[in-house]
Design a protein around this ligand. Sequence first.
Ligand code: PLP
Length: 381
Amino acid sequence: MSKKDKYAPETNLAGGLGWMDESFKGVIPGIYPSTTYEREKDGSYPSGRVYTRDQNPNYDQPEQILAGLEKGADAFLFSSGMAAAVTVFQALKPGDHIVAPKVMYWALRNWLVTFGADWGLETSFVENGDLSELNNAVIPGKTKMLWMETPANPTWVVDDIKAWSEAAKKVGAVLVVDNTVATPILTRPIEHGADIVMHSATKYLNGHSDVLAGALITKEENDFWTRIKRVRNAGGAVLGPFEAWLLMRGMRTLSIRVKKASDNAMAIAKALENHENVEAVLYPGLESHPDFAVTSRQMSGGFGGMLSIRVKGGEQASMDVAARLVLFKRATSLGGVESLVEHRASIEGPDTPCPVDLLRLSVGIEDADDLIADLKEALEG
Ligand code: PLP
């Protein structure tokens, strides 16, 4: 049994799998800025490293921890979540067909319909939750990848990973799940049939809104994973050593941050569910959520720190509520310890499927009553 299998995720995260700075016995490993590694007189590389592009020692500890958390065989870090996702698409070939949901991270959807299409990738977007549309969309011999995100940004619909994995298997396609929002603390997609898991590590994994990073984790080290490794090495969309070190520092507290943010989000969802100025609360943890049955199967330990509210009175009313909030800062992104609010439709542009009265809340780890009071004061003008 390896160290990473012996202990609970919280233990591996907090203790960093026991990694230390071996030169000085510091309890925290150092930062290794060197870009190149010395060769022996006989031409060999005794450190096993040649050049930093995908071999920086600061990747090793977070990659091992992420592979363990996601129950995968291997993990790679990238310079951003987008770089991680785009590397997966670049590992496909022109003419390959992808199936993805209509509601997903907008910049990624946008990449698929612009650059992805230019490079010969064809994507069919299906209605989230519609399994018959999904099963009709996969084409034997042509569909090479199913891409999903759950809970999906910014309406937090929850798609069934197992059902998507069955649809992928039917045609021999790879299933990739963007697990940024649930994090491996609440959902481990590989346990439900995913082949690859993707993260914007900028969000919960780092958790302090001060690192841009991405990650991929694979269920098995197969030919497709080797191709992803080659694309990463050739393209060089890798993380700097200092960012990898900061990411590792953030990850040590992942579990308590995710649980506290989930508790806060649930308290807010319940407090606002029947508020007179709220049209709807979109939160997968509410029993009234249409996907609650799937959510309960797929998520455990909490339902995440992301929720959206639809404000009565339309777009201007929701903008006014955002303007009155004090504790929730008006900013994009999510997954930090501080709470953020965002009017998503105006960020996503005219082709957005996001309702114009929707405010997306990234709930932090502050006191729940303070956050609820801030929201109620803003809603009540
Ligand atoms: N996936 C999701 C769900 C996201 O929310 C984001 C960023 O907001 C990304 C991917 C892209 O990640 P990054 O901003 O690290 O490139």
